[in-house]
Design a binder for this molecule. Structure first.
Ligand SMILES: Nc1ncnc2c1ncn2[C@@H]1O[C@H](COP(=O)(O)OP(=O)(O)O)[C@@H](O)[C@H]1O
Ligand SMILES: [Mg+2]
Length: 246
């Protein structure tokens, strides 16, 4: 369980102060996927930086399973929009980045091989990031995050740089692997469709400075053939209305 209480984040530069997040209160249950949606600049990435332990200058409290955030104690998987792969490492070494090195060798276990196979990248292990398409690079980033067996998975608009077909394909692949792990996930998106497709709950942010307008239960989550169902379009409309009012 992630508990965020009265979280306020301000950025200070010279004599300028930006209020990025204004009193965020939310709990994310263990094993849930929450999607976060809101206009550009409303503080979504800021929230993820706090959850990942990168950003420590905030007030309020953020606890993971009752403990303060500590990237050394908790395994936190991070997937970013620009994939975050190291250009000088091949696919194998990129996917194994979070894995402990044994006797100077990184060894892929059965689970790792299974994840690579599920993502369809097991034949690309000796390629370098620049030799891959955007969709393939993002698959490598997803593999790396899952192979880490994270306690918490943080995703910051991971599919927004991809074309529509690759995006839908990766959304489906991601959900399939996620279902086998049920890792607690905070997924940031600016797409209403994506928020509904991937989130069991959808957190709607106001324009900057970010406040939570509403936490919406998603009755469509994981329904079969969701993209073709009327409920999905009805929920999209509902979400758009909440965003417009904000
Ligand atoms: N390092 C920083 N220094 C100063 N201001 C920042 C910094 N990072 C983000 N901001 C500001 O904080 C606000 C929220 O940014 P961000 O969290 O990136 O929004 P989002 O991800 O929702 O687009 C914006 O006004 C942005 O300009
Ligand atoms: Mg952002």
């Amino acid at each position: 369980m992630i508990e965020i209480k009265d979280l306020v984040v301000k950025y200070r530069r010279k004599n300028e102060e930006t209020l990025a997040l204004d009193k965020i209160n939310i709990n994310i249950g263990t094993g849930d996927i929450y999607t976060f949606i809101g206009p550009s600049g409303c503080g979504k990435s800021t929230l993820l930086h706090v959850l990942s332990g990168i950003l420590r200058d905030y007030t309020g409290s953020v606890r993971i399973d009752g403990r303060a955030i500590d990237p050394k104690a908790q395994r936190i998987g991070l997937i970013l929009q620009n994939y975050g792969l190291l250009p000088w490492k091949n696919v194998y070494h990129n996917t194994m980045l979070g894995v402990k090195i044994k006797n100077d060798q990184q060894v892929m276990d059965d689970y790792g091989r299974y994840i690579l196979q599920q993502l369809g990248i097991e034949s690309l292990l000796d390629r370098y990031p620049k030799e891959l398409s955007g969709g393939q690079q993002q698959r490598v980033a997803i593999a790396r995050a899952f192979i880490l067996k994270p306690d918490l998975l943080l995703m910051d608009e991971p599919f927004s740089a991809l074309d529509a077909i690759s995006r839908e394909e990766l959304q489906d692949l991601f959900l399939k692997i996620w279902k086998q792990n049920n890792v607690t996930t905070a997924f940031i998106t600016h797409s209403v469709d994506e928020a509904l497709y991937l989130g069991s709950k959808i957190v709607v942010f106001s324009p900057a400075p970010g406040r939570i307008l509403e936490v919406v239960n998603n009755p469509c989550f994981q329904l079969d053939n969701l993209r073709f169902r009327d409920e999905y379009y009805d929920m999209c409309m509902n979400l758009r209305k909440i965003l417009d009012k904000g």
